[in-house]
Design a protein around this ligand. Structure first.
Ligand code: NCD
Length: 307
């Protein structure tokens, strides 16, 4: 990785993704040790700056930083000076002045992590910005598929659901296609972006027809918090047309894989029983997320301590 920040998955390219995957292998091995810790980033400080709710991503970055022996600090909007009117720029500069080595930023606005990166001199990792990108999610998803299959090249992957509001879909379409997979988006027309020009994908509204042909079905959460207007008649109708119900799961090939970035709405986009099937990689995605983020932090912070 030559860039000094990770803002978008496209910046890495196929070679950069491969580099992260290779390094992740060794951090998976570290994570499986009785004492899952290496001294690589001892004395470094990683700060997470989260302007949006998050469980797994924030904890995952924190676990990753700690397993590399970095110190971690958490900035949470609910207890911060943001409520006293402090701007994003002032907040970022204040945190930087305390001596941080990397900032992990999640924000409801697309482009906010890139703005932060233009203001501070330390590396910035985009942990999700609005509908835009979620590069470490795409990396952990590539890694998880690669750990279950020889490679992503030639795999057929369906991404199903609320594509319109999903930063995961945007980063994953880029990552999967860079790695040679063929992506089909499956969604009701109201949950597709207004234009798909430039997206290297096929599109379908018929999940039953797509399922038998895919190697991986990747389900997205209905992002009710991002929907300004009612784009669905009801969640029940959504499940009837686009949910991976137990009946639909039977249409999948025997060796097909089921994925979801979490948090899952069991019974909406995925049936509770399907989420727990052996073909579901959901918990492996979470486990791999820590090792992938270790690789990202290690590559960005390098071996050189702050001068
Ligand atoms: C995703 C997100 O926040 O973009 N979750 C995650 O990071 N694992 C997807 C979602 O919220 O549905």
């Amino acid at each position: 990785m030559t860039a000094s920040s990770l803002l978008s998955i496209g910046d890495l390219g196929a070679d950069g993704i491969d580099e992260v995957m290779t390094l992740t292998d060794s951090f998976v091995e570290v994570s499986q040790r009785a004492m899952p810790k290496v001294p690589a980033l001892r004395g470094r400080t990683v700060v997470s700056l989260f302007y949006e709710d998050s469980t797994r991503t924030r904890l995952s970055f924190e676990a990753a930083a700690r397993r590399l022996s970095a110190d971690t600090m958490n900035f949470s909007v609910s207890t911060s000076s943001v409520h006293k009117g402090e701007s994003l720029r002032d907040t970022a500069l204040t945190i930087e002045a305390m001596g941080v080595d990397a900032l992990v930023v999640r924000h409801p606005s697309a482009g906010a992590p890139a703005q932060v990166a233009s203001w501070v001199s330390c590396p910035v990792v985009n942990a999700g910005d609005g509908w835009h990108e979620h590069p470490t999610q795409a990396l952990l998803d590539c890694y998880t598929i690669r750990s279950a299959r020889p490679s992503l090249a030639g795999l057929r992957i369906a991404i199903v659901g609320d594509i319109k509001h999903s930063r995961v879909a945007r980063s994953n379409v880029t990552a999967f296609t860079l790695m040679g997979a063929e992506v089909t988006l499956v969604a009701p027309p109201t949950l597709l972006p207004p234009s798909l020009a430039g997206w290297p994908v096929e599109v379908s509204t018929d999940l039953d027809a797509v399922l038998p042909k895919v190697d991986v079905v990747y389900l997205l959460r209905i992002q009710a918090e991002r929907q300004a207007e009612a784009l669905l008649p009801s969640l029940r109708e959504y499940t009837a047309g686009y949910g991976l119900t137990e009946r639909r799961a039977e249409l999948l090939a025997d060796d097909a894989l089921v994925m979801h970035p979490g948090p899952m709405n069991r019974g909406v986009e995925i049936a509770a029983a399907v989420a727990d099937l052996p073909c579901s990689l959901v918990t492996r995605q979470v486990a791999n997320g820590v090792a992938v983020r270790m690789a990202v932090l290690f590559l960005l912070l390098g071996a050189e301590p702050r001068g």
